[in-house]
Design a protein around this ligand. Structure first.
Ligand SMILES: Cc1ncc(COP(=O)(O)O)c(C=O)c1O
Length: 427
């Protein structure tokens, strides 16, 4: 099957999509008049236009044209708790009863900090931000301040936020640090870490870069190299912290100096955090000689803090997270089975409840192995799944929420099987 055949099928699938969604189309045109591209979060852009969500409950979405979707995207992992987690709703509602925008400290922020320190093995102290991007930027500046060094090592193809994207097209908006890029999972390139490097910023499973797990020996070598050179190791666990109550660092046993968090931890409310070694975090403590100030009007906002306290104390138990992890492992292996039996170039990578479908044959050890991905096939597959009521990211990303059931995973596997058949090479 050649590329142009996929293109024709994709075009037909997009026309079918557009025909069923007149209201979404109209609203896209209205949005485009006042927001460039019709959106304010680029990852939600979709060809020919995004369906516009009218409401969400549990693991389901309904769009303005009345079409239902099973939500396997889980808001790119921020929706881990589903769309209306009762404990979060109750905590936020109760908090609002007491007012907000205090311009003062309150008690929930202590509860959230205690929960984070309690859960993550390498975090001794923590501070909050409003996003994962901001958490990473603060962690990088903190590392530069602590080490009195400038250079930052990152992985090619990684995404660490809107101003920290190291893939194609990320350059123009990249924060102006002195970055050196290395290949993910390539131990040989770790020689780039020397005593001029302030920090290495890395995900223990590359998330947006394609759900590519770090090999254990790579993480161990990375930790050793940072120790040898005095560079700080920063784990971006904005996505991967869901892998256990102590994040992916708890599962791998490789501990960073600093960790950044975000996404689901406030139960779907805006959130970010950075934390780690107390001696490093002391830079923000005047009582310990710290000279850094960390501003942020909404850092301790009442809604996020109430949501985070409830999410961690009532919903994110080790038992629940490991059940979710197992469900994801099972789904990924079932998808892999389907892909192995298909003649299409498909594979799936991931860890636990997060995975990505790729339009290349494996093995995949880093974004460098995805360069031959078939974009037309990926778009076509996305539309075929959407047509069958299953919402995943257009780029193939899946993040299960706690509300997704085994039966719904069966539905996705069935939809995938049908989708593959509908794109059969004989078409
Ligand atoms: C690994 C990782 N780090 C950081 C971020 C940025 O977080 P936010 O979108 O909250 O700024 C993301 C967002 O997708 C992410 O996946």
């Amino acid at each position: 099957m050649n590329m142009s055949t996929y293109a024709a099928q994709r075009q037909a699938a997009e026309q079918r999509y557009a025909d069923r969604r007149p209201l979404s189309k109209e609203l896209f045109e209205r949005a485009s008049a006042v927001m460039p591209g019709g959106s304010t979060r680029s990852v939600l852009d979709m060809s020919p236009f995004p369906f516009r969500v009218a409401s969400a409950a549990g693991s389901e979405l309904v769009d303005v044209d009345g079409i239902n979707y099973l939500d396997f995207l889980g808001d790119y992992s921020a929706g881990l708790l589903g769309h209306d987690p009762a404990p979060v709703r109750a905590a936020v509602t109760a908090a609002l009863e007491h007012g907000w925008s205090f311009g003062g400290v309150h008690t929930d922020e202590i509860r959230v900090a205690e929960a984070v320190v309690d859960r993550f093995p390498s975090i001794e102290q923590v501070r909050f931000t409003n996003s994962g991007t901001e958490a990473n930027l603060m962690a990088l500046q903190l590392a530069r301040h602590h080490t009195r060094r400038q250079r930052i090592v990152v992985c090619d193809g990684a995404y660490h936020g809107g101003l920290l994207y190291f893939g194609h097209g990320g350059e123009a908006l990249l924060a102006p640090f002195d970055f050196t890029r290395v290949r993910y999972n390539d131990i040989d390139t770790l020689t780039a870490i020397d005593d001029s490097v302030a920090a290495v910023l890395i995900e223990p499973m590359m998330g947006a870069g394609g759900c590519i797990p770090a090999q254990q020996e790579y993480l161990t070598a990375l930790r050793r190299r940072c120790d040898e050179t005095g560079s700080l190791l920063i784990f971006d666990e904005v996505m991967t912290s869901r892998m256990s109550s102590g994040g992916l660092q708890q599962r791998t046993g490789v501990l960073p100096d600093l960790t950044t968090l975000g996404k689901y931890l406030a139960g779907g409310m805006t959130f970010g955090a950075f934390g780690g070694r107390a001696d490093v975090m002391a830079a923000f403590d005047p009582a310990r000689g710290g000279a850094l100030t960390h501003g942020g009007t909404f850092n301790n906002n009442v809604v996020s803090m109430a949501g985070a306290a409830a999410a961690m104390s009532e919903m994110l138990s080790e038992a629940k997270l490991s059940q979710l992890f197992a469900r994801g492992e099972s789904l990924r292996s079932r998808l892999n089975e389907l892909f192995r039996a298909s003649t299409l170039p498909l594979s799936v990578t991931g860890v636990g409840s997060m995975m990505a479908i790729h339009t290349v044959d494996g093995p995949i050890n880093g974004p460098h192995d995805l360069e031959t991905s078939d974009h037309e096939l990926r778009q076509l597959l996305f539309h075929e799944l959407l047509h069958r009521g299953c919402y995943i990211a257009a780029r193939g990303f899946i993040a299960l929420s706690l509300d997704i059931t085994d039966e719904q995973c069966d539905t996705l596997v069935g939809a995938m099987s049908e989708a593959i058949d509908s794109i059969s090479p004989s078409n």
